[in-house]
Design a protein around this ligand. Structure first.
Ligand SMILES: Nc1ncnc2c1ncn2[C@@H]1O[C@H](COP(=O)(O)OP(=O)(O)OP(=O)(O)O)[C@@H](O)[C@H]1O
Ligand SMILES: [Mg+2]
Length: 317
């Protein structure tokens, strides 16, 4: 039986940067080996400067490796062909601010070779899909941070790639926008796409990723599924209604009599982001309406600064 080709295969990747004119080198990635299987959402974690973005840039062929072998769907990452099926949302995207959202995505669709006949429909579909259709005629320069990330995701998806690489897709985005980005990532997974994501928001990574790798100083520290890494198979939590102390003692006695231990009694708390999401409306600002929700000023109620001021009394000379 043929083993499936992984979406990304990294073997012994090392990347050095020359950081002074005297040739002093900084090792940004140090002998990294990783495999991302097709159809997985894979989280690349690590502190600032640990080599996440450098690894991504080598995968995308934007940087050459000092040593090692990096392949995308089996094709070496320095070959142009390896990028045909890849969409990329950079860490700090720089978009031409005078284009509208539609124009921007249309531009990238043409760069990525979307056939002319499909172009219009594809741009519209992908802008709708990221929830920006109501704001897509606005200039990108007027977008909020969350809207910029959405239009960035739209440009990354416009050519229907099999692998989507998202470098900090929720940096600076509020919890509502972050939750919506997570929903979009899970929808991509349902469509069979592979997603490589970096983020500092560990709760967000936990919600969407099948596997994670943690880098530190360019080295792989740990890699595995979330269940392998943080699951506690030898423990269970039972959530019950609040019990009086006597019942807790009786329960403890019963558990001990059966050879078990009551390890902790805690008052469960909802996560702060769950509270935030339950209290804040979606779609009013950076949300699904794409920033043209309830706070759009209707033309008729906007102050008319060009109206004559005939009613004002003339200042006396
Ligand atoms: N073009 C470059 N020239 C020199 N050094 C670089 C270059 N790009 C990155 N580095 C260095 O390589 C190391 C890894 O940087 P990288 O951007 O990959 O980290 P990161 O994990 O993405 O960090 P962050 O979480 O801040 O985005 C850092 O020490 C950085 O200063
Ligand atoms: Mg980075």
């Amino acid at each position: 039986m043929n083993t499936p080709v992984p979406a990304i295969s990294i073997k012994g990747l090392t990347k050095d940067f020359a950081v002074t004119l005297r040739g002093v080198k900084l090792r940004a990635v140090d002998d990294l080996s990783l495999t991302v299987e097709e159809g997985h959402v894979f989280g690349l974690l690590g502190p600032n400067g640990s080599g996440k973005s450098t690894t991504i840039k080598v995968i995308l062929g934007l940087l050459g490796a000092t040593a090692g072998d990096v392949r995308v769907f089996g094709v070496p990452s320095h070959e142009v062909e390896s990028r045909r099926n890849v969409g990329y949302l950079p860490e700090a995207p720089y978009f031409y601010r005078y284009l509208s959202g539609y124009e921007l995505v249309r531009f990238y669709a043409r760069v990525c070779g979307v056939p002319r006949k499909q172009l219009q429909a594809r741009v519209k579909d992908v802008v709708d899909w990221v929830g920006l259709s109501k704001a897509a005629d606005r200039r990108v320069g007027t977008y909020s941070k969350g809207m910029l990330q959405r239009i960035g995701l739209a440009q990354a998806l416009v050519h229907d790639p099999k692998l989507i690489v998202l470098d900090e897709p929720t940096a600076g985005v509020d919890p509502v926008g972050t939750a919506e980005m997570c929903e979009l990532i899970l929808k991509l997974k349902q469509q069979g796409k592979t997603v490589l994501i970096t983020s500092h928001l560990l709760a967000q990574i936990e919600d969407v990723c099948d596997r994670v790798a943690i880098l530190d100083h360019g080295k792989l520290i740990v890699e595995g599924s979330l269940q392998e890494l943080v699951g506690q198979r030898d423990r269970q939590a039972l959530i019950v209604d609040s019990l009086p102390p006597a019942d807790i003692e009786a329960l403890r006695g019963w558990l001990v009599s059966r050879g078990h231990a009551l390890n902790a009694i805690e008052q469960p708390r909802a996560r702060l982001d769950q509270l935030f999401l339950s209290k804040v409306s979606r779609g009013g600002h950076a949300g699904a309406s794409g920033g043209v929700g309830s706070n759009v000023v209707p033309k008729s109620s906007a102050p008319n600064t060009s109206a004559p001021v005939a009613a004002s009394p003339k200042p006396k000379a």
